[in-house]
Design a protein around this ligand. Structure first.
Ligand SMILES: Nc1ncnc2c1ncn2[C@@H]1O[C@H](COP(=O)(O)OP(=O)(O)O)[C@@H](O)[C@H]1O
Ligand SMILES: [Mg+2]
Length: 579
């Protein structure tokens, strides 16, 4: 799976690896030259004890060239490592974004926005680091480790044996630490999720927090989550803090051993002082390589933990299987619920045995107390959620048989919670139909009773809306959302409680304008007020997940006790309106 991403940038990775080998080779050649400078140039071991300044110059120059070449290789390695790492991360982020866009509502519910954001930001960064470190560090350490050991064997077999004895001990210490920390890394990411979720919720809802004077409470809640995160982070750091000195001690033990056996071998004529020096340099290089490996393993463990989380996102399949139906249907605007039952994935049954049929052009008002399932019922029509029993038919075809885009093209929804984007008012309305021209946008706004207040804004339709529509009042936001639904000119219009913040007069004007402008579209209006429901052709009353009555205003007023009760409670309002 990750290979799929790496493969695209494989040439970069291979170049990076090649330059890395170049860099390490220079590191490996140097101690050998150093040894020659000491033995032949300074001590003159082969020339009876007279040094050779010429040779020192020549070898010294050679060494400088090698250092420069090694440095150049290192820089180029870095360039290509980042080119592959950044590109891979970028591709992953794009794929994640695309995947999230295909998510069904239940999938979004399940992940939660905070977690989705963490996965797309922090987790992918970790994976990116992991890949960069892997290409850089893994090759460096491997070549350095085996190269050093090989070179030491070439210097003298005893030096080789000394390192080989210490090496497994070091690996053991590191393995223990890795094992102890790997579960902590997974925990770390989950805790980061929590911190991000709280942060996101609190920043988005900062106005509510201030209004309710909950700053202290939220500060504590955030602080607690943050502390837990830091605790875990500290535990990881402590593990590695103890590991470093142990590894160091083991390595210097090896250095001491080399000095000891070096002393004996040199005296026995098996090695030269330069050899001993070179052996010590190799040992310290090896140590640095291994310590780098530790850093690397931290990144790798963390990267793998993150990769698993990104993978869950990338691997999730779109839950709503697309149907085949894409073409025109014979009917336009009919909606039918056939014995529909519905429950949220983790919840209890919300709707049961719903039977309801709307003819094209009909207006249905949906009433019932909050939480009775009105939003859930209308969510089934555009297939935001799938029914758990029965079927929903749009234009005589089961919604599951439509291509989602084809189905949703037929339907315009003004959601209960109006969401606006940071763009101009005109753009926000045109969201409903990107092809809508200025005239169409204006016409839709006029129907939504928004034209007059938009015209009064400093820049009219070009006025920028603040993030989430914060610069507009609740009622203004609702009207812009309604305009967005109206401009779509769909055959089915769903208004989910979307006029709740309007005064009765504006609401009545809006519905009258809508009837006139879109006489042929089927309208489903979720309403709280009798005043907005009574103009509908039929009113359905929802109670305990069942439709207990459905008919015109007069009929329900005569026969449905629940409707009568709602009517009684709203009498005053009605009268105000008629005056
Ligand atoms: N995304 C969701 N996941 C789980 N349960 C939900 C979700 N949305 C709503 N519910 C539950 O379903 C029930 C009906 O909610 P809803 O349809 O929004 O009611 P209404 O729109 O009539 O006020 C409520 O009890 C609510 O708690
Ligand atoms: Mg609702």
């Amino acid at each position: 799976m990750m290979w799929k991403y790496i493969r695209r940038y494989l040439p970069y990775a291979i170049l990076a690896a090649a330059f890395m080998v170049g860099e390490v080779s220079m590191d490996l050649i140097q101690p050998g030259i150093m040894s020659q400078i000491v033995d032949d140039g300074v001590l003159g071991l082969n020339t009876g004890g007279t040094g050779n300044l010429d040779l020192i110059w020549r070898l010294g120059l050679q060494m400088i060239c090698l250092v420069l070449f090694g440095g150049l290789c290192g820089s180029l390695n870095n360039v290509f490592v980042h080119m592959s790492g950044q590109n891979i991360g970028n591709d992953m982020r794009k794929d994640c974004f695309r995947k999230i866009m295909t998510f069904s509502f239940p999938q979004i519910d399940r992940f939660g926005t905070g977690s989705l954001v963490t996965r797309m930001t922090n987790d992918i960064t970790q994976v990116q680091n992991f890949i960069s470190q892997f290409v850089r560090g893994m090759i460096r350490t491997t070549v350095l480790t085996f190269g050093s050991i090989y070179c030491m064997f070439r210097l003298s077999r005893v030096f080789g044996y000394v390192v080989l004895c210490v090496f497994p001990l070091i690996i053991l210490v590191m393995a223990v630490c890795m094992k102890k920390s790997s579960s902590l890394f997974t925990k770390l990411q989950t805790q980061l999720d929590t911190v991000n979720s709280i942060m996101q919720e609190d920043v988005a809802g900062i106005r509510v927090i201030k209004a309710c004077v909950r700053e202290l409470y939220e500060k504590l809640r955030f602080g607690k989550a943050n502390n837990e995160l830091i605790q875990t982070q500290l535990r990881v750091l402590i593990i590695f803090a103890f590991m470093n000195p142990i590894v160091n001690a083991l390595m210097y033990l090896a250095v001491a051993a080399i000095l000891l056996v070096g002393n004996i071998t040199v005296r026995a004529g098996g090695a030269t002082p330069g050899n001993v020096m070179a052996a010590i340099t190799y040992t310290t290089q090896l140590l640095n390589g291994l310590l780098m490996l530790v850093m690397l393993f931290q990144n790798i463990t963390r990267g793998i933990a993150s990769w698993k989380r990104v993978r869950v996102l990338l691997d999730s399949t779109p839950e709503l299987a697309d149907g085949e139906q894409a073409g025109e249907t014979a009917l336009r605007g009919s909606v039918e619920f056939q014995d529909v039952s519905f429950a949220y994935p983790d919840g209890q049954t919300v709707l049961e045995h719903i039977d309801l049929k709307l003819e094209p052009g009909e207006t249905l008002a949906l009433m019932g107390e909050t939480g009775c399932g009105k939003t859930s019922l209308v969510s089934l029509i555009p297939r935001f959620y799938d029914v758990t029993g029965g079927a929903v038919l749009v234009d005589g075809v089961n919604v599951k048989e439509y291509r989602q885009t084809a189905l949703r093209d037929k339907i315009a929804v003004a959601l209960q919670k109006s969401e606006l984007f940071s763009a101009s008012v005109a753009e926000n309305i045109a969201w409903g139909d990107p092809e809508a021209g200025e005239a169409a946008i204006r016409a839709a706004a006029t129907v939504a009773q928004a034209d007059s207040f938009i015209a009064q804004m400093p820049e009219g339709y070009q006025t920028l809306v603040a993030e989430r529509g914060m610069s507009l009042s609740g009622g203004q936001k609702q009207r812009v959302s309604i305009a967005r639904a109206v401009v779509k000119n769909a055959e089915i219009l769903i208004f989910d409680d979307s006029t709740s913040a309007l005064d009765l007069k504006t609401e009545a004007d809006l519905y009258a304008a809508l009837r006139e402008a879109n006489p042929h579209s089927t309208k489903i209006i979720v309403a709280q007020r009798i005043a907005s429901a009574r103009q509908a052709d039929r009113i359905a009353v929802l109670e305990n997940g069942h439709i207990i009555a459905c008919g015109p205003h007069e009929e329900l007023l005569a026969s449905c006790p629940t409707y009568q009760a709602i009517y009684q409670s709203q009498m005053g309002e009605e009268d105000d309106h008629h005056e």
